[in-house]
Design a protein around this ligand. Structure first.
Ligand code: ASP
Length: 330
């Protein structure tokens, strides 16, 4: 008998109880409300920002009997292909050199993950990330190699810089001041979580990253545990905002682990924002926001500043919700 089992059995026999290890494991997981099943809450789709078209597409994909992973990919593709979304895919704002570089990742219920960073000239970065996950022995591909791989998989090369985003960049060049905007309502990174009718979870995140970033900069969105984390036993989380702050605190993994320890999705999101703000309570110049879901289909969300909202489709109804925020009353 190993030491852990010995201690468990000793503690229980001290209480006059004798149980097998599997019964003990069951008791532990049952004591965590985040791992419970509640079919009334499924299926569901939740995404960062006001993205009704993307969330509807994901919902329809689930309704047609497809998987949560398919729903994530199809939903995120909508924003990637929308020239009016200035933070994702085609029409995304470029870096300071005028190049649009994309980051994306996807994660399924088995813990499989695929990601692309610094991808250029391909609209559907999340679909390339899925191909990395399903067709290669790797999990993360970057730059030219990721682009070549995408082309080998049938993706078409395309210039992602629209006339509108080119003009915005040329305007920015006049001052060339790098300053992340706190909220770009309706136009920001899409992080999406979906549960099918049985509660099976998947997630994805896709972005052109912060506007006018340095050429070569990669944010949190494609990095497992930072911009996204999915654990089908417990729940999932995803992020938007200044990726550097999310990366430094491994925010999405933190939220899922806090839920594993019994925190609600809401408590876990609040603690992840606290971790960022405790180190720099006086900085008011950046936004980070999280959304999370547990296995039961309960939702949490929290941001640093007012202005963030998320879109949810659950029980046949779609809503846009503004969560609480850290600077409220501070
Ligand atoms: N998190 C993204 C990044 O840092 C940006 C965003 O959410 O808009 O690249």
């Amino acid at each position: 008998m190993n030491r852990r089992k010995f201690l468990q059995n000793t503690a229980l026999s001290g209480l006059g109880l004798t149980v097998g290890t599997s019964a003990l494991a069951k008791t532990v997981s049952e004591s965590n409300p985040n791992t419970e099943i509640n079919k009334e809450n499924y299926p569901l789709v939740i995404a960062t920002w006001n993205v009704p078209n993307a969330v509807s597409k994901a919902w329809q994909t689930l309704q047609s009997g497809k998987s949560a992973l398919d729903a994530i990919e199809k939903g995120c593709n909508v924003e990637e292909e929308d020239p009016n979304n200035s933070s994702v895919g085609y029409g995304g704002l470029p870096d300071r050199d005028g190049r649009v570089t994309l980051d994306a990742c996807i994660m399924d219920e088995k813990g499989n993950y695929g990601s692309v960073v610094f991808l250029q000239n391909i609209v559907n970065a999340i679909s390339v990330a899925r191909k990395v996950m399903e067709e290669t022995p790797h999990v993360l591909m970057a730059g030219d190699g990721a682009e070549q791989f995408a082309v080998s998989q049938g993706f078409k090369r395309q210039n992602l810089l629209t006339e509108k985003s080119k003009q915005a960049w040329q305007e920015w060049l006049k001052k060339s001041e790098y300053k992340p905007v706190i909220n770009i309502e309706n136009h920001d990174t899409i992080g999406m979580l979906a549960m099918d009718k049985d509660g099976t979870l998947s997630g994805g995140c896709t972005t052109s990253g912060l506007a006018y970033k340095m050429h070569g900069r990669v944010g949190d969105s494609p990095i497992i545990g930072s911009g996204l984390f999915v654990d089908n036993e417990v729940g999932a989380a995803t992020a938007t905002g200044v990726g550097e702050e999310v990366l430094k605190t491994v925010g999405s993994f933190l939220i899922v682990e806090l839920m594993r320890q019994g925190k609600s999705p809401q408590q876990a999101c609040e603690e992840a924002v606290d971790r960022i703000m405790k180190k720099q309570p006086d900085r008011r110049d950046f936004q980070v926001a999280y959304i999370a879901v547990n296995k039961k289909g309960e939702i949490g969300s929290y941001s640093i500043h007012e202005g963030f909202s998320y879109t949810i489709y659950q029980n046949g109804e779609m809503k846009n919700i503004k969560p609480g925020f850290w600077f409220d009353g501070k």
